[in-house]
Design a binder for this molecule. Structure first.
Ligand code: MG
Length: 411
């Protein structure tokens, strides 16, 4: 298949919103009256941003989703996108619906089972190979079944948000996906990082940490049971860009950013750009039931007991149901996957693609109404203060040691 056939078959759809779409040397785009263009690029590289055996449908979704998230953070309405893609393409491979090397990483995702075509087979790490080495060195291939699924995932999300693919480039090479997205927003209403005011409340949409938790499981840094992993994996593979929220926040939020690198890092960008500081309440951070459960002390020590003493069913005050071993380990601070890792996922994990924004306290009730209207939880997690830096308080009001989770943004 030629490059042109490939583009025609998998990446060409009608573009009624463009003056000129795919097929010429450049697309021609016109912002609506009163709007300016918001433009952003985001690249996903195999082995860095996703695993070689990533489900192609979900990868198509995520490739666009991370870009839509940047539009949401600007309060821009997404309109068009271009896609530059390097493909390790193999022609004429026979298709099969069996996977000879079942991938343990995929076994809990029902979606991937449905998509185990030749493409998935060719992308699966051969059984027994070291994962790290495979990630770096495995030169895998994609085929038409892979392309069809990738394209389906991409366009399903594009259609949902009214985004038209108006151009791009394809080349042969290690799998690399780069989208440039174009949105529109009235210039004075764009949500910037630099507008936070002392006294603003700090808000976060959705939940934090699930994507990082799922990734930690895939990397063997924590052991989730099947139910827990199933609950977290969508956040990692199919993030939902908060486009509708971004649009509603025009005229309400003083500043906004999407959380791609972790709450503290991305909030840090707002604080730096706005030259202000922040105080955050850890217990106010929105987390899923999985993280909430794991963060809750399983068997609180008796008063006066050693803080790190082993859970002892005979002396525990806990009335919670007994847990299996890996969940006990999940609360053991001294072992991998302990509470420090959970905090790290929530505060610094990344890949959340939620919005973090600041707004005057006077808009608090209005924002709760917006949350109800959009059916999207919004959590007020702290406030903007004079000065510099970010302090995260624990339940007792003491500052958490956030350097312990690798955070050195303000050093
Ligand atoms: Mg961003």
């Amino acid at each position: 298949m030629s490059e042109f056939d490939l583009i025609r078959r998998y990446f060409t759809r009608a573009t009624p919103g463009a003056l000129l779409g795919v097929g010429d040397d450049a697309a021609l785009l016109q912002a609506s009256a009163g709007n300016v263009l918001a433009v952003s690029s985001d690249m996903l590289v195999c082995g860095t941003h996703f695993l070689p055996n990533a489900d192609p449908f979900m990868l198509g979704h995520k490739t666009l989703a991370v870009n839509l998230s940047d539009m949401a953070a600007m309060g821009a309405a997404p309109r068009w996108a271009t896609l530059a893609i390097a493909l390790p393409f193999v022609q004429g491979k026979e298709t099969s619906h069996e996977c000879p090397h079942p991938n343990p990483l995929d076994e809990t995702t029902s979606h991937s089972t449905r998509l185990q075509t030749t493409a998935a087979k060719s992308l699966v790490t051969p059984a027994g190979e070291g994962t790290n080495e495979s990630l770096r060195e495995l030169m895998f291939t994609v085929d038409e079944a892979w392309l069809a699924q990738f394209s389906a995932g991409f366009f399903a999300l594009a259609q949902q948000h009214g985004v038209e693919l108006v151009g791009g480039d394809t080349t042969r090479g290690p799998l690399n996906l780069c989208v440039t997205i174009f949105g529109e927003v009235p210039a004075q209403q764009a949500l910037r990082r630099s507008g936070a005011q002392v006294g603003d409340e700090i808000w976060v949409s959705g939940c934090l940490g699930d994507a990082a938790l799922a990734l930690a499981h895939l990397q063997g840094r924590i052991l989730l049971n099947a139910t827990e992993f199933a609950a977290c994996t969508a956040a990692l593979h199919q993030p939902q860009p908060r486009v509708a929220l971004g649009l509603v926040l025009r005229g309400i939020a003083n500043s906004a950013i999407d959380i791609s690198d972790g709450l503290l890092a991305d909030l840090g960008h707002i604080l730096e750009a706005s030259q202000v500081g922040a105080e955050i309440e850890f217990d106010a951070l929105p987390v899923s039931a999985v993280l909430r459960e794991r963060l809750t002390p399983l068997n609180p020590p008796l008063s006066g007991g050693k803080p790190n003493s082993s859970p002892d069913k005979t002396t525990s005050h806990s009335t919670r149901p007994s847990k299996d071993d890996d969940q006990v380990a999940g609360y053991d601070k001294g072992r991998p996957g302990g509470v420090e890792l959970l905090k790290q996922c929530i505060l610094c994990g990344g890949d959340d693609y939620e919005l973090c924004f600041t707004a005057p306290a006077a808009r608090h009730a209005e924002l709760l109404n917006i949350a109800a209207r959009l059916d999207l939880p919004l959590a007020c997690i702290g406030k903007v203060v004079a000065g510099r830096g970010c302090i995260v308080h624990d339940a007792s009001g003491n500052p958490l040691n956030i350097e312990a989770c690798g955070y050195d943004h303000f050093r």
